[in-house]
Design a protein around this ligand. Structure first.
Ligand code: NAD
Length: 253
């Protein structure tokens, strides 16, 4: 039956940036769909764990700094130690630094690119090798942005990284689809999380943004749930290299 294809029972999902925001929302959604979840973050994921465990779900945290790609194999090892396998990787962790392009330092540029792009590739490669070893395929979901399509203002490294992640999603899908590994992405619109605190605090920009969202509201972590479960489940087995916008219609304007 079709709803069974959305079930993640028996699957192990790894979500980066699991302690807050969209990552926390997706951890809860994947656990509700039946997956055992490993959440990666720099700090405690206690709130994520509590939300999942109160409904009888299974969650373990992995504390790691994702700005250092040397941590990728250690993260996989920890997932295998917890659950013995891995089926799903959600590359969610990301950062944004706002500064006039003329003043961005090379160090800040590299910080953003390292986390938002380099680690996404290295983790995807690390987990794809594990999926190949297991021989049952796998699912990778990257988190893009409206700035995978548009230029943005005062966030050049972020725009470069998120535009690259959209291209990387297609590139990896082309190579790995035949191995049963689906690589897709979600492009969130303007969501009320820490990532957008600066924007939402700026009354003028916040007003301009809200006025342009056809749905008439900012998105929430819960808004990611449907697309995340779909792209992590059997229901999306023939969806490859595509980026689903969860944006209240922003891109349709
Ligand atoms: P957030 O700032 O609340 O969450 C970012 C997450 O990344 C946190 O869990 C944080 O701990 C983690 N993280 C950051 N640096 C890390 C590091 N060095 N090591 C380990 N973890 C690290 O913001 P969010 O809105 O939940 O963002 C989640 C993703 O969604 C990001 O990739 C972001 O770019 C993307 N996104 C957000 C929006 C939005 O409007 N909020 C829109 C488009 C895309």
């Amino acid at each position: 039956m079709i709803l069974d294809d959305f079930s993640l029972k028996g699957k192990v999902a790894v979500v980066t940036g699991a302690n807050t925001g969209l990552g926390r929302g997706m951890c809860v959604a994947l656990a509700q769909a039946g997956a055992k979840v490993a959440g990666v973050a720099r700090r405690s994921c206690a709130e994520t764990a509590a939300l999942i465990e109160k409904d009888g779900g299974i969650f373990n945290e992995i504390i790691a700094d994702l700005s250092d790609t040397a941590n990728a194999p250690l993260i996989l090892d920890k997932v295998l130690e917890y659950y013995g396998r891995a089926d799903i990787l959600v590359n969610n962790a990301g950062m944004i630094l706002r500064e006039d392009a003329i003043n961005v330092t090379e160090e800040d540029w590299n910080r953003v690119i390292n986390l938002n792009l380099n680690m996404v590739f290295i983790l995807s490669q690390t987990f794809a090798r594990q999926f190949e070893k297991q021989g049952e395929g796998g699912k990778i979901v990257n988190i893009c942005s409206m700035l995978s399509y548009q230029g943005g203002i005062r966030v050049p490294a972020y725009t470069a990284s998120k535009s690259a992640v959209l291209g990387l999603t297609r590139a990896l899908a082309n190579e790995w689809a035949a191995k049963g590994i689906n690589v897709n992405a979600i492009a969130p619109g303007y969501m009320a999380t820490n990532n957008t605190t600066g924007l939402r605090d700026d009354e003028t920009r916040a007003g301009q943004i809200l006025e342009r969202i056809p749905a008439g509201r900012w998105g929430t972590p819960q808004d990611m749930a449907g697309a995340a479960v779909f792209l992590c489940s059997k229901a999306s087995d023939y969806v490859n290299g595509f980026t689903v916008a969860v944006d209240g219609g922003w891109l349709a304007r």
